[in-house]
Design a protein around this ligand. Sequence first.
Ligand code: APR
Ligand code: ZN
Ligand code: ZN
Length: 361
Amino acid sequence: MSQQVRAVVARSKGAPVSVETIVVPDPGPGEALVKIEACGVCHTDLHYREGGISDDFPFLLGHEAAGVVESVGEGVTDVAPGDFVILNWRAVCGQCRACLRGRPWYCFSTHNAKQKMTLTDGTELSPALGIGAFAEKTLVAAGQCTKVDLAASAAAAGLLGCGVMAGIGAAINTGNVGRGDSVAVIGCGGVGDAAIVGSNLAGAAKIIAVDIDDRKLATAKRLGATHTVNSKETDAVDAVRELTGGFGADVVIEAVGRPETYRQAFYARDLAGTVVLVGVPTPEMKLELPLLDVFGRGGSLKSSWYGDCLPSRDFPMLIDLYLQGRLDLDAFVTETIALDEVEKAFERMHHGDVLRSVVIL
Ligand code: APR
Ligand code: ZN
Ligand code: ZN
């Protein structure tokens, strides 16, 4: 028996999103129906609305969410009704080459729900990142649900489903930041700030925040940066070198997604250091480097996709740290809003006014 609920839909390219009634079917085999409690507004939602990801309109937006499992389909044993879960947009398959070789964070045979959610006229919706959680209820694959301690606030927990996990994971999983390391984070939005928090958790001794906006640098400092550099006023590479005894940082995390910041990241690292690229470039962006500079430097250049996370390992661990007061996820929740305020939240995000707006349902 299907249900009707309210949800945020992007009907056509570039048009403002609207709150619509949608039809959510019962979970099929391997699926779970989740009553959403909170869902953060991420840049990717705006990209979907703008048609930058696919033309498969209408989209059901929202993918940074936590909620309670209402019912499960046939064969689901990992989660049960009543479980408090964080949703993920990469339920690993367990069977592809990456999974079989023990690197499931490279799995791209992701499993989403097969049952279709629709508008009331029957038009099929495309759930953003296979989730669609700006909705009172949504249908996902059971593998997209990770059970965590229900003492956590839903607004904070949901953020682990995307941006905050991407940043923390860039530091602890991809960058492998260790005790005593120096880290430079270029771009201190939600993702960069999460990388700062992750570096702190990993025991970094020096955390240098680089941004062009002093407001962002102030927040970065509050979240654990030990030094700040405004790269509008000072050369970022020179400043990072100076702060690291002339060597460059052990780990540099790029969280902007522009050629000039990728370049800064490349040159701001110690000769044996690691560069972690998190910022998503656009297809036409190119980075040209003298090959001799690549040859003359050791270390590694890595990209981090979803923080190379393993939800089953990382979500419960980070929620435990949060509940112990060792990981301030609440600091990322700038404001809580209602379902019909998502469009306004896009505007605020665009102006750099918020780390995260979180829809509470
Ligand atoms: N140099 C340094 N910082 C910059 C520059 C620059 N040239 N240009 C922009 N920034 C800063 C902004 O001031 C802002 O603080 O980068 C930050 C970007 O933050 P957000 O726009 O909030 O983006 P965020 O959600 O953190 O995502 C960052 O990671 O996952 C990807 O797609 C995402 O590419 C995006 C990046
Ligand atoms: Zn996202
Ligand atoms: Zn796989």
